[in-house]
Every structure is written in structure tokens, then in C-alpha cells.
Design a protein around this ligand. Structure first.
Ligand code: G3H
Ligand code: 13P
Ligand code: ZN
Length: 334
């Protein structure tokens, strides 16, 4: 049986993005795979009154089951209300949808937004696939994110060494032909906790930390010029906080030279037409750091609640920090 996202208390991204572009801030898009992540996301967005996008990836669907995750998102709306958020603005979004069938099944099952990622396809095939998804999704008032340009290390476990930046000269034609509602672009971000090799970075003389190269803001500017006011999305936008990497490495982990996108660059992007910023790895790092620390300090613990509680707290702290200090979406969903 088909379900509309509206009956679940979810919203699509249309109005949210229009406000974000005008207001010079970005909506957080956090991936979730389990209850603790979802609790932390909802607590953080409720306390800050930030609109939020809950993202479900292919990996998440394989790990936790699409049906279960959808019901969890429905539960999250009720949980937010219980926490005192009168009108929660929560989007349930398919992250990196890789076929028309997957997108259709999510539309039919209560998702309020889907991404069709045809970025690896030849241009005309990407256009045709995206257009087909848009046609179906719009019939149900579900918004569609598309992607042009390829991120390094993109799409689940598939890893690519190359990053093909989005070509600004293609964006008008793509958006016009497909009718997509937002566009993910490639300007130097990538998925995971290793966004740049040490060779691509310089080193801060004082701290010895890796300093990544800047994002291609010239390309972002050129795209904004071609599509004034059109919602732009940044994937691969974890900043890989070094305090979490340090805790992991000090407690038996091994993440040498893990490095992300500096937060000041994300802040700058959020003030532009970038209105959705995707963060997944930072949540994984916060959780892992807290769990490793907990076990190092409490070797006798074996009740998952004992170590997942501090993990949830650490993720929540991280989400609140992103909302307030990086994306600027606090109080935008009052
Ligand atoms: O796009 C990548 C996201 O971080 C999701 O990754 O498929 O391992 O859940 P995943
Ligand atoms: P990160 O790996 O940088 O968190 O990116 C997540 C993402 O883009 C999900 O689609
Ligand atoms: Zn992504």
C-alpha cells in the first residue's frame, strides 16, 4: 500500500531550501543507520529548532532494512513532538539513489525527498534517468536531488581516485531538462574520513596537523551565476574533527592522516547557494571515539547501554555544534 510522506508528518525540501538560500544558511543532512544516531539527531535539531534532513543510504538500507528505517523516521517525528518541537520540520531523504526503481519505492513508501545519483553516467543518460525520477516524484510532491560532476571516493564502497568537478556550462541545460529541485555538485569534497592525501595537503608548522587544499569556490560562484537562487548541495562535507581522531588513535584505533573539510570553508559555502550539507563520517567518528574511550576506561562493561549512551551524547554535541557554528540553521524551524 502506498503512503504519502504528508501522512507521516514529514515535509519535502522545497520551502526549506528556498528559505535557506535566501537566508544564507544550510540545512543539515545527517545519515542515520541506528536508533542512537537518530535519537541524537532529533534531540539536537529539537533543542536548536533546526530543520533537518534524515538521510538513508544504500549501506543503511542493507544494514538496517529500509522498512525499519522508514518507521523509525515516522517515530522520530512523534519523538520530536514529545520533546516539545511543536511543528517539526523533518525530511526523510534517500541518499544516493542508484535506480528509478529504488527512488519510486521510496516515494511510494513515505520518503519526502529522493536523490537520484546519475553522476557516474554519461551526461545524456544522467539527464534521462533524472528526468524520469522527477516526473514520478513530482506527481507525489516529493522533491528530487540530482548530481552533476563526480566526487572522489564517491558512492558507498566504490572508490575513485579522480574528482571531476562540475562543469558550470552544463548546469542550466541539466536543470532545465530534468526539472530537479536541487543539484549536488563536485567542488573538491569527497566521502569518508580521508578526503585528501598528505601530499595534497600542507602542514601547520605549529600543530603539525595536515591543512587541506581549499574547495573550488570559483566553480561554486560560476554555478551560482548560471543558476541564481537555485539550491545547491554539498556531499562529502564531514570535517573529520581531529579531537575525535586523536581519541580513536589513543585508544587502540588506527586512523593515520584522516582529514576532512575545514569548518570555515563549510561556513562560507553555507552562506552561498549551498543549502544542504551532507554529514555522515563525523557522526561515525564521534561514536567510535566515545565507544573506544569508554571501553578503555571501563574494560568490565558489556551492557550496550553503558557505551552507547556516551556515544549518543558525543554525536549530539557534534550535531548541535554543526547546526549552530557551521550551517547556521538554528531557530530556522520555529
Ligand atoms: O554517501 C555516503 C554515505 O556516507 C553513506 O555511506 O553507504 O556506507 O552508509 P554508507
Ligand atoms: P561524509 O563522508 O563527508 O560525511 O559525506 C556524507 C555524504 O555525502 C552522504 O551522502
Ligand atoms: Zn554523498
Amino acid at each position: 500500500m502506498k503512503v504519502s510522506f504528508k501522512d507521516l508528518g514529514l515535509v519535502n525540501t522545497r520551502e526549506m531550501f528556498a528559505k535557506a538560500v535566501k537566508g544564507g544558511y544550510a540545512i543539515p543532512a545527517f545519515n542515520f543507520n541506528n536508533m542512537e544516531q537518530l535519537q541524537a539527531i532529533i534531540q539536537a535539531s529539537t533543542e536548536t529548532k533546526s530543520p533537518v534532513i534524515l538521510q538513508v543510504s544504500k549501506g543503511a538500507r542493507n544494514y538496517a532494512n529500509q522498512t525499519l528505517l522508514r518507521y523509525m523516521a515516522q517515530g522520530a517525528v512523534e519523538y520530536a513532538k514529545e520533546l516539545g518541537w511543536k511543528k517539526p520540520q523533518i525530511v526523510l531523504h534517500l541518499d544516493h539513489g542508484d535506480s528509478y526503481e529504488v527512488c519510486k519505492s521510496c516515494v511510494d513508501f513515505g520518503f519526502s525527498s529522493v536523490m537520484i545519483d546519475g553522476s557516474h553516467l554519461p551526461y545524456e543518460e544522467n539527464v534521462a534517468l533524472t528526468k524520469k525520477v522527477v516526473k514520478y516524484a513530482h506527481k507525489h510532491d516529493v522533491t528530487v536531488e540530482a548530481e552533476l560532476g563526480v566526487l572522489a571516493g564517491v558512492e558507498d564502497e566504490v572508490s575513485s581516485e579522480v574528482s571531476h568537478y562540475t562543469k558550470p556550462e552544463e548546469v542550466i541545460d541539466f536543470v532545465k531538462k530534468t526539472g530537479c529541485d536541487s543539484l549536488a555538485i563536485s567542488i573538491g569534497t569527497s566521502h569518508g574520513a580521508y578526503k585528501f592525501t598528505p601530499e595534497q595537503c600542507t602542514r601547520d608548522e605549529q600543530t603539525g596537523r595536515l591543512v587541506p587544499p581549499p574547495l573550488a569556490f570559483d566553480i561554486l560562484k560560476a554555478i551560482e551565476k548560471k543558476l541564481p537562487g537555485f539550491p545547491i548541495v554539498l556531499h562529502g562535507s564531514s570535517s573529520v574533527p581531529q579531537e575525535h581522531v586523536d581519541i580513536i588513535n589513543a585508544n587502540g584505533g588506527k586512523l593515520p592522516n584522516a582529514v576532512g573539510i575545514p569548518e570555515e570553508q563549510l561556513r562560507k559555502a553555507a552562506k552561498s547557494a549551498v543549502c544542504k550539507i551532507n554529514i555522515d563520517s563525523d557522526s561515525r567518528l564521534a561514536m567510535t571515539a566515545a565507544v573506544r574511550k569508554h571501553f578503555a576506561e571501563n574494560p568490565g562493561h558489556f551492557d550496550p547501554r553503558q557505551y552507547l549512551k556516551p556515544a549518543r551524547e558525543e554525536m549530539k554535541k557534534m550535531y548541535i555544534h554543526k547546526i549552530i557554528n557551521v550551517l547556521g540553521s538554528q531557530n530556522k524551524a520555529r
